[in-house]
Ligand binder design. Structure first.
Ligand SMILES: [Zn+2]
Length: 134
């Protein structure tokens, strides 16, 4: 548990949250500033700051809960789609440094557009590929 971490506070019960689901490793609750209907966070109970530090096994458990809740919202709410959002690192606009995934259930008439509209930019993809290919 990390000091001054709002998500650790929710896990310990020191801070209130509207919990949708929890098991031994993962907790899921409604986003406090839910910008859209059903905006839900999926969070490991153990504190890891970001994607770089989280163990793969725990990441798998989190994604299993993401899938479970997506299917649940489809069945219960009639969601016809889902967006997942995640940020790791300040440059990616991460605001709470306890790993989390945003789940946004989508509906045919919700009028949301969660894809960024970026200007096309030229960059050398061959050079990039040569550098990064595993
Ligand atoms: Zn934490």
């Amino acid at each position: 548990m990390a000091k001054n971490c709002v998500f650790c506070g929710i896990v310990s019960g020191d801070l209130p949250a509207r919990v949708v689901y929890q098991d031994d490793n993962v907790i899921s609750f409604l986003s406090k500033d839910a910008e859209s209907f059903g905006h839900t966070l999926i969070v490991p109970k153990e504190h890891f700051p970001d994607l770089y530090s989280i163990p793969e096994k725990l990441l798998g458990a989190i994604l299993a809960v993401v899938k479970k809740i997506s299917i649940h919202y489809k069945n219960i709410l009639g969601a016809s789609g889902v967006n997942l959002l995640h940020a790791s690192g300040k440059s990616a606009q991460q605001s709470v440094f306890h790993f989390h995934i945003h789940l946004i259930p989508r509906f045919d008439d919700d009028n949301l557009d969660l894809w960024p509209h970026l200007e096309p930019k030229e960059w050398n993809k061959d050079e990039f590929l040569q550098k990064v290919k595993l």
